[in-house]
Write a protein that binds this ligand. Structure first.
Ligand code: ADP
Length: 301
């Protein structure tokens, strides 16, 4: 097959699979700079990925609020939004449209609330509506550059918000991030979600990354009018699957319309509604994560 309009962008080309030019281009690509990634990552004490089997279960909401809750406890925090196709961390931090700045040592993250350093594909796109139409290898390279070229500086925590499922981006992060402390898995109570949680646990185990625990989000709703408790997505599914899979259960977060409002307003709900039952539950979850990760670190140190 000839490549009459070849512009060398094999990763974005729909005909690359059958094109003889692709092989040549692939050979010219620079190898992922693992040494540089290790050098940058050596300055970060703890690395945690937040994952889910399915989309829409509140994974990004958990990442953003976990980052804020850690920062409230005096930890320095960075968030890598590794969702190349649907980056929404910047929106939830109220910093969409920010741009990354470059200097001699590399590229500097944007800075969100509480001094949280943020890197997202969103900062590289011309507008919110621009889609990213990339195949696997290009996504792997983008993620490796987020790790090697970004000057994260010294941090206590780097949280990676991964897209749902077990595709290219989760795989890249798990393979490229050295010394990960583990993954936090977010689910909702329904049975349908439990099946994909099993996949997420198996995925982490196969890659040798510890599971810090499971969070059950959207767990019950208290009607603000009558006070009745309604289990919209069922109840206890996260705890049940944790027991079944022998992984820690980190806690439940109820449905609260303020969480949605705060996400849209770009302020983490642990900051905007610190006294709400959801924020209180979230603080307990954060304490469990802190004690798991930091006690392990101490015993190793
Ligand atoms: P995911 O990253 O899993 O796709 P998001 O974190 O983007 O999901 O959450 C999807 C939507 O649901 C967002 O608008 C978020 O604010 C909202 N949301 C998440 N958890 C809750 C909750 N417990 N109560 C109310 N709204 C929630």
């Amino acid at each position: 097959m000839s490549a009459p309009e070849c512009n060398g962008q094999c990763d974005a080309c729909t005909q690359a699979k059958d094109c003889p030019e692709e092989k040549k281009t692939q050979q010219k690509k620079p190898a992922i700079d693992r040494r540089l990634i290790e050098m940058r990552m050596a300055k970060i004490k703890h690395k945690i990925a937040v994952i889910s089997g399915k989309g829409g279960v509140g994974k990004t909401m958990v990442t953003v609020n976990l980052a804020a809750a850690l920062a409230q406890r005096g930890r320095s925090v960075g968030v890598l939004d590794a969702d190349i196709h649907g980056p929404s961390v910047p929106k939830m931090f109220g910093i969409s449209g920010s741009r990354l700045t470059a200097g001699p040592p590399g590229i500097f993250p944007a800075v969100g609330p509480l001094g949280i350093r943020v890197v997202s594909m969103d900062f590289l796109l011309p507008s919110e509506e621009t889609p990213v139409i990339w195949r696997g290898p290009l996504k792997m390279r983008a993620i490796s550059q987020f790790l090697s070229d970004i000057v994260w500086g010294p941090l206590d925590y780097l949280l990676a918000d991964l897209p749902p499922g077990t595709g290219d981006e989760p795989l890249s992060i798990m393979q490229l991030l050295p010394d990960m402390d583990g993954v936090v898995i977010v689910t909702i109570p329904s049975e349908v979600s439990q099946i994909v949680v099993k996949k997420a646990v198996t995925f982490s185990r196969q890659l040798g990354v510890p599971v810090i625990g499971i969070i059950e989000n959207m767990s019950g709703f208290v009607c603000p009018k009558c006070g009745a408790e309604i289990d919209i997505f069922g109840s206890g599914g996260g705890e049940k699957i944790s027991r079944e899979l022998n992984v820690p259960f980190l806690g439940k977060i109820p449905i609260d319309p303020r969480i949605c409002e705060d996400s849209d307003a770009g302020v983490p709900f642990v900051v905007r509604h610190p006294d709400s039952p959801a924020a209180k539950a979230f603080k307990e979850i954060t304490d469990r994560i802190l004690s798991t990760v930091e006690s392990k670190h101490k015993s190793e140190g």
